[in-house]
Write a protein that binds this ligand. Structure first.
Ligand code: HGY
Ligand code: MN
Ligand code: MN
Length: 412
């Protein structure tokens, strides 16, 4: 039988349809966890899975798993998927390419009656971005047991509501997450946009990922003294806006001076109270996202930053809090699936590179206990997490064909 390939028209239809479920049309894609747009996208995908006679399960915080039985239901599953939540004003490909690639894989297997022993499961993880509840990879951490009900009750949105409360409001049953039985998964593969410039710069089609960077996410709070912007002499101020600017500059300097060439540090979110022009701020809250594939350098640099903030605040008599909101260690992905991917990519005559990922991904969370693989397709100009995010459909088609080949191989 000639090797089956994906149907690009269906892939386009899915991606364009999902992009309609968007809170900020014309300004990138915003689809936040448990939003109206999230529900619309979930319903669309659940409907597509049901049309394929897949059995669909939704766990207590909303992770979705669709199952296509194989010839031997006792065998462990081959899982593939990603996420559909986005950052604010993000792109329409981040996460979606992996979910649509998984859906198309099942469609092609069914329409070509490809026999497979292992069940094949599509997974859609909740709150991968952390844009709503302040920590990345929450859905896959709950799915893998790394997160429990306590964590879901701790993570809150910007209005102070916990993920637990919002999951219940969304119609889910978060109390059930601690008593689910662990799924028997032989392997999980995620197709994702690269979100950097390596594939495009080297004119390549596919990235096969070795290591995923480790990450630490902090929320840092500085308490100064609100006072009159005009009447308060400079020597009588406790100005935490200035102090936070010093810390943000320090973060950039210490990361750039690191011996590691794979470490990155970002202050992406800051808010100030009361946030009006003629008041010296009383309080500043900012986030720190720091990552590296090198665990030692990640830990050392993060510790340096924590120590600097603590020491300076003590000396300036500024109350401060440094809250570690979430972390994941650097992860080495499965060599076994990497080898399969390399021989499949060669047989498709695609140009590829084995590389690392600076972005974190759900498969990294599951890699502790499951053979995990991550495949990249190029990002134009390396842009992502912004309206300019773009991956040409012919690149998406190649990524989906490779995903199809690997899933068929593993599911035998
Ligand atoms: O931040 C990340 O690396 C991912 O896009 N959530
Ligand atoms: Mn993603
Ligand atoms: Mn992302």
């Amino acid at each position: 039988m000639e090797r089956p390939s994906v149907n690009l028209k269906r892939i386009k239809t899915d991606i364009e349809k999902l992009a309609e479920f968007n809170a900020t049309p014309g300004e990138g894609v915003t689809r936040l966890t448990y939003s109206k747009e999230d529900r619309e996208a979930r319903n669309y995908l659940i409907d597509q899975m049901k049309k394929l006679n897949m059995e669909v399960e939704i766990d207590g915080i909303g992770n979705i798993v669709g199952k296509l039985e194989g010839n031997n239901s006792k065998k462990a599953s081959i899982m593939t998927g990603s996420h559909i939540d986005t950052v604010k004003h993000g792109g329409k490909y981040d996460g979606v390419v992996g979910v649509v690639g998984a859906l198309e894989t099942v469609r092609v297997i069914k329409e070509n009656n490809i026999s497979h022993n292992h069940p094949i499961e599509i997974v859609i993880f909740v709150e991968e971005e952390g844009a709503t509840f302040g920590s990345t990879l929450i859905g896959s951490k709950v799915f893998s047991g790394a997160y429990t009900l306590k964590d879901i009750k701790n993570h809150r949105n910007s209005d102070g509501y916990s993920m637990y409360e919002k999951a219940k409001e969304f119609g889910l049953n978060p109390d059930s997450i601690d008593d689910k039985e662990n799924k028997d998964i032989k392997a999980i593969i995620e197709l994702h946009i690269e979100q950097s410039i390596v594939l495009e710069e080297n004119n390549l089609h596919i990235g096969i990922v070795n290591d995923i960077a480790g990450i630490k996410w902090y929320e840092i709070k500085l308490e100064g003294e609100a006072n009159h912007a005009g009447a308060t002499p400079m020597n009588l101020r406790k100005d935490v806006m200035v102090k936070s600017a010093e810390f943000i500059k320090y973060i950039e300097t210490v990361v750039k001076q690191s011996k590691s060439d794979s470490i990155v540090g970002t202050v992406g979110k800051i808010n100030c109270k009361p946030n009006v022009p003629n008041v010296i701020p009383g309080e500043i809250n900012f986030t720190l996202d720091i990552r590296d594939v090198n665990k030692k350098s990640l830990e050392e640099t993060a510790q340096k930053i924590e120590d600097k903030i603590a020491k300076d605040c003590l000396e300036s008599n500024i109350n401060h809090e440094i809250n570690l909101m979430g972390e994941a260690s650097p992860i080495k992905l499965s060599n076994n699936i990497k080898e399969i991917a390399i021989n499949k990519v060669k047989s498709r005559d695609y140009k590829y590179k084995v590389m690392n990922s600076g972005a974190v991904h759900d498969v990294g969370v599951l890699a502790k206990n499951t053979d995990s693989a991550l495949l990249f397709v190029p990002s134009v100009a390396g842009k992502s997490h912004c309206p300019e995010e773009l991956t040409p459909y012919e690149d998406i088609e190649r990524g989906c064909n490779l995903l199809l080949d690997i899933v068929i191989d593993l599911a035998q």
